[in-house]
Write a protein that binds this ligand. Structure first.
Ligand SMILES: [Zn+2]
Length: 202
């Protein structure tokens, strides 16, 4: 992945420059903790799931989010949406991608969320130190040079996280497919303090 943050600890031997490098060179070295244990990372997850399921009881919910809210956020590993927002199982829809960008596919998910599953509010969350701030659309060019095919998607890189939140809010508010666009709020999550800052839409 191209997400290489400047906060990486000394145990992680990852490249610090992401602009202009080939995509094959952009795969970070695995942290020691992930390789020291027997089995693959996925094996660990499956083991953890067995313990989870052993203690799990059917909450008896249907698929409609209890709080009628959809949260669109960056996929960043430092952002624990449920803990950061005090969310419980069943409370919300969570839609995540690189950057928390409101792409056509996010609009697809929001449209289904609102029209089929009853959500009414949208919360957008970007964050400090996002990997997309250190990328440019040159990433697509490099990809094309490497694999011989230009990706159909935009990288959606940005320089100003607040402005990008505003653009995301605007994309949601102006979508013709959504039923509810009056309660759309955008925030930047600070990965060092855990605090959200709300972004003025104007
Ligand atoms: Zn990010």
């Amino acid at each position: 992945m191209f997400f290489v943050s400047s906060h990486s600890g000394p145990e992680q031997h990852v490249p610090l420059t992401v602009i202009g490098m080939t995509t094959s060179a952009s795969v970070p070295t695995e942290p020691e903790a992930a390789t020291a244990r027997p089995g693959t990372v996925t094996d660990r997850l499956v083991d953890a799931n067995e313990r989870y399921a052993a203690a799990f009881t059917d909450p008896g919910m249907d698929a409609r989010p209890v709080l009628r809210v959809a949260v669109v956020a960056c996929m960043d590993a430092r952002l624990d949406l449920h803990d950061a927002l005090g969310l419980e199982l069943g409370d919300c829809h969570t839609i995540r991608n690189a950057g928390g960008v409101v792409t056509d596919d996010v609009i697809r998910s929001l449209t289904i969320s609102q029209r089929a599953l009853g959500t009414r509010s949208v919360v957008l969350i970007h964050h400090t130190g996002c990997g997309l701030e250190s990328l440019t659309e040159e990433f697509r060019h490099d990809l094309e040079m490497e694999v011989g095919q230009r990706p159909a998607w935009a990288v959606e890189a940005f320089r100003d996280v607040e402005q990008d939140v505003r653009q995301s809010m605007q994309r949601v508010r102006t979508s013709p497919f959504l039923l509810h666009s009056d309660d759309v709020r955008g925030f930047v999550f600070d990965v060092k303090t855990g605090l959200l800052s709300e972004i003025d839409p104007t």
